[in-house]
Design a binder for this molecule. Structure first.
Ligand code: PRP
Ligand code: URA
Length: 210
């Protein structure tokens, strides 16, 4: 299957990610950084959007230019932590629609429990970017994407800041048609299915709930 798995090595993303991981980073800085990283990742994840040629009249002549060929996008954060990535994505594509999928991991079984799903009405005409900072076991991303697929969007891309090898493998296997973008591929999961070294609980760090 012709799909992309991209681990970003851009210095700006790596620099910001190292501050994001730091346990001493404040909630305010964490929020700002995760949005900045999301914006930089979105810049690259939209590289393949189709273009069309147009002519633009400048004060000095006619310029042959390119513009986006009317491709419609939607961003779908996995609640809660995915919300932290939305503003950064919208900075680059302000006209995108935003859907929401609410999932939390059961603390004992570590499997996802769905509690909310609201997607744009015209999702069949859109490329969907599912965003969540953490890909741990992969259960949440796999379930969210399965839900979205029922509504038949044109394309689905998954974007996260940190992935564990286990989660990446699970997502690749369950959804071989989905392109995956992450800022880092970490070592492993611990017994509580947290990513090691990771950054802790992304939702708690974004919303200051711990
Ligand atoms: C976190 C994270 C992902 C999920 C990843 O959410 O934001 O959605 O865990 O884990 P998985 O790959 O093993 O499914 P969490 O369940 O902690 O909910 P929250 O965002 O509401 O805190
Ligand atoms: N969810 C998080 O927020 N962090 C992890 O390390 C794993 C799942």
């Amino acid at each position: 299957m012709d799909r992309k798995v991209v681990i970003f090595d851009h210095p700006l993303i790596q620099h910001k990610l190292s501050i994001l991981r730091d346990e001493n980073t404040t909630t305010k800085d964490f929020r700002e950084l995760i949005n900045e990283i999301s914006m930089l990742m979105m810049f690259e994840a939209t590289r393949d959007l189709p273009m069309e040629e147009i002519e633009v009249k400048t004060p000095c002549g006619i310029a042959k230019c390119h513009q986006l060929a009317g491709r419609k996008l939607a961003f779908v954060p996995i609640l809660r932590a995915g919300l932290g990535m939305v503003d950064g994505c919208l900075k680059l594509v302000p006209s995108a629609r935003v859907g929401h999928i609410g999932l939390y991991r059961d603390e004992t079984t570590h499997t996802p429990v769905e509690y909310y799903c609201k997607l744009p009405k015209d999702i069949e005409e859109r490329d969907v970017f599912v965003v969540d900072p953490m890909l741990a076991t992969g259960g949440s991303a796999v379930d969210a994407i399965s839900q979205i697929k029922l509504r038949k969007p044109r394309k689905i891309v998954f974007m996260c800041t940190i992935a564990a090898p286990e989660g990446l493998e699970a997502l690749e296997k369950a959804h071989p048609d989905v392109d995956i973008y992450c800022a880092a591929l970490d070592e492993k999961l611990n017994d509580d299915c947290y990513i090691i070294p990771g950054l802790g609980d992304a939702g708690d760090r974004i919303f200051g709930t711990k």
